[in-house]
Design a binder for this molecule. Sequence first.
Ligand SMILES: *[C@@H]1O[C@H](CO)[C@@H](O)[C@H](O)[C@H]1NC(C)=O
Ligand SMILES: *[C@@H]1O[C@H](CO)[C@@H](O)[C@H](O)[C@H]1NC(C)=O
Length: 449
Amino acid sequence: MMNASSSNSNSNSRYSSNSNSNFRFIIPILGFALLCTLFLFSNLDFSSYSTPPVSDNRASSPVITTTKNVSPPSPVATSNPPPVILTAVDSVGSRPKETFSDLITTFDRWDQEVGCDRFQEKFKGWTVNASAVQEIDRYECSELKMSHASVYVKLASWVPDILDGLYQCRCGLSCLWTRNEALADKADVWLWVTFHLQNRTEGGPLHAFFQIEAPRWRSGHEDIFISYHASSEVQATYAGKFFRIHRSYNVPNNKRDDVLVYWSSSNCKPHRDEIAKKFLSLVSHHSMGKCLNNVGDSDMALTFYPDCQMEENPIPHWWDHLHCAMSHYKFVLAIENTFTESYVTEKLYYALDVGAVPIYFGAPNVWDLVPPNSIIDASKFKSIEELADYVKAVGKDPVAYAEFHAWRRCGVMGNYGKVRLASLDTLPCRLCEEASVRGGRKAPLTTLS
Ligand SMILES: *[C@@H]1O[C@H](CO)[C@@H](O)[C@H](O)[C@H]1NC(C)=O
Ligand SMILES: *[C@@H]1O[C@H](CO)[C@@H](O)[C@H](O)[C@H]1NC(C)=O
């Protein structure tokens, strides 16, 4: 769900400045139109790509206007702006174009020309919205009312069964997380991941509802709401490990130079396909999924990359080797199904995990949830054409390309460390902690709205 502050934030996005002028213009006229604007914004209409509006304040606009001397994503302004340290990404396009595919020599060159010291110094002043991610230790130990809590995962559906087990958490708290009703016969929490209508009863388990998708909607019958957004009672980001167990993580040292961009989508949504079609028509790419497939089959990955085959899994599903397949490319196109605050999903994190550079269309506050200089943020470009030119320029600039991997090699994290700590992987302990703070089954019956 969009809130006003994010629409009003001084985000560098071309779209948000459009939306801001829309807001100013429309609000006085008709409240209904505001709703429409919010709706449009949350589904981000990319028509502004084809006809970029003329900007009167270009000078102050951080929007990239040429592929040369582009600015990296600016950190949120602070009263004491950090010294300007120019690095390779600031001069994309100014070096001679080069073909490259070997990462190790590419990284060596970046180490010589830029290096971690300068990179770390450059991002010292990088400030992120700390409130976009919940703190892992947001409760004092003294606030915990129980030293043990248990969660019964009802109707488990997609919840990975690897989460089942007993956890030792902070503050001496132990936590049982199970799908077995008998093991959790006196559960403190019932966890639903599907919409439910059952009210909590006095002295019964707390009701937790985990809504992983956007938009976030509460069931109205939960005591504890869990979603990707920090304003939920418990946040669960997508930057975890457990969505993707038993997968091929064979990641090569080389990137393809002949085909720049990987895309895979099999849930063909019109707005996503429209963006992808426009962008992919401008760059060499492989589209592996059902949508806009250009490799002949909805899964050619194993034919292209036999190294992605897992011996123990001779008849694999496409997702088994998704990570391995995308790791062969310099860039991975990641387009969210909904463009809304903090909704940054596995589409982006998978690409980061396997050492590809995501080209991202999605949450307007994405920089609060990823490491500095880790992605190419499409919202920073005034047209799809400029985005494509930029991607092609980086694809022929080994030193700049290496810099998109520097966060990982130099340990420059932004909020990303916190984002990982607040993922599904750690949900059992964090939910048990929430239950303990409330007193578990002894928690007073709240009035459900
Ligand atoms: C910071 O993040 C929180 C949670 O996502 C959001 O509600 C708030 O508006 C953000 N603040 C700014 C200044 O963007
Ligand atoms: C749940 O509680 C609400 C009021 O708190 C009530 O209106 C509703 O009928 C209850 N639902 C069920 C299924 O008992």
